[in-house]
Design a protein around this ligand. Sequence first.
Ligand code: GN1
Ligand code: MG
Length: 373
Amino acid sequence: VSGDGEDETERAEAVSAAHRFRLEAEPDGLRALSSGPEAGNIHQSWVVTCSAPARRYLLQRINTAVFPDPDALMANVVTVTEHVRQRLAAEGGDVERGVVSLVATTAGGWLWPGASGPWRCFRFVEDSYSRATAVTAGQSYGVGQAFGRFQRLLLDLDPGALGVTIPGFHDPARRLAALERAVADDPAARAAEAAAEVEAVLAHRRLLERAERVERRGQLRITHNDCKVSNVLFDGRGTGALCVVDLDTVMAGRLAWDFGDMVRSATCPVGEDEVDLSRVVCDVDAFGALWRGYMSEAGGFVDEAERELLGGAGALVTFEQAARFLADHLEGDSYYRVRRPNHNLDRARTQLRLLESILDHEHELTSIVGGGP
Ligand code: GN1
Ligand code: MG
C-alpha cells in the first residue's frame, strides 16, 4: 500500500533496493518517510520491515545534488561508526543501540546504484524515537548529552581521517555571499517579495566577526555539524538520549558550530516549520539544561578558548541557517525539500525571529556558559 506522498516509480525502486541489501529476513513492508522528524530535508528515506524474524531497516536514497561524492560520504560514515562502536565497547557502553550500523549490499559494498541515485541501508535502532523539538528540560539535556558524547567518543580519531563531504559547510560568510548572489541573480523572481527578510538577515552581518573568532580560536576536532534535535534518538525503554544519527556531515570542525546548532534547535519549543512566530522563542531554562547535558560529556575536553565561544554560538548558527533557508527560497527551493509554497521563506522568518530572541537573552546565556558573545 502506498503511503502519503509516495510516488510509484520511487516505490518500485525502493522495493528493488530493499532486495539488494543483506537483510536478516525477507522484507515484507515498505513505508516512505515523507514527514515527521525522521524524514530530514535532504535524502529520501524508507522504513523496511521484515516479520520473520521481526526486523526493521532504514533505506535511504542519497541526494547527490547535495552530496556529489557518495563513496567518500560512505567512507566517512564507516570510519565514524566503527570508531564510535570500538570506543563504546571499551567503556562498557551500549554497542547495539549507542551507534547506528550500516547493512552491506549483496555485492559486498555499502551502496546500491539505483536508477535515480545511490541507496544505502541502516539497521533500525530498536525502541528508539526521534523528536522534532525539545519541549522539556530533560529533552534539551538529552540533546546536549548525546552530541557531547558523540564528540567525546571521536576525540582520538584524527580529523584528517575524514573526507570533506561538503566544503565550507559552516561558513556564514560564504552563506551570506550566496544569499547576496541569489538576490542579484534572482533566478526564481522572488527577491522583491522577500526584500524585508533579506534586509533583516544582512542587518546581522556583524555576526560574521564571531565566525572569524570561532575559526581562529577554536581547535580543529571531529564534529557532527548537523546538531538538531531530530538527529538525536531517544530511548523508548527508559528516559534520555541513546545516540545521534545523520552522520553525513561529520567532518573536521569547531565545537562552536555544533553547540550553536544545538542552541538553535533545542532551546526553542517549536520547530523550523512553525508559522506562528509568537511561539518562536529562545527559552533560557532549556538553554541551561542543554548546557548541563552537553557539559556532562564535554566538560572534560572543552578548552578555555572554546568555552568562551559557546555563549555566542547559538546566534551565529541561527543567523547562518536563516541565510541558507532564504537563499534557497530565492534560488527556487533547489536544496531543502519543501512541502508548501514559501516553505523556505517561512523557515527563514522563523530563524530570524529565533535569532532576535537569542540575542535578547544572550546576556543570560553567556553568563551560564561563562565568557562573552
Ligand atoms: C539539513 O539532513 P537534515 O534534514 O538533518 C541540513 C542541515 C540544516 C538542516 C535544517 C546536509 O539537515 O545543515 O541545518 O537541514 N543538512 C545539510 O533543518 O545541508
Ligand atoms: Mg537529519
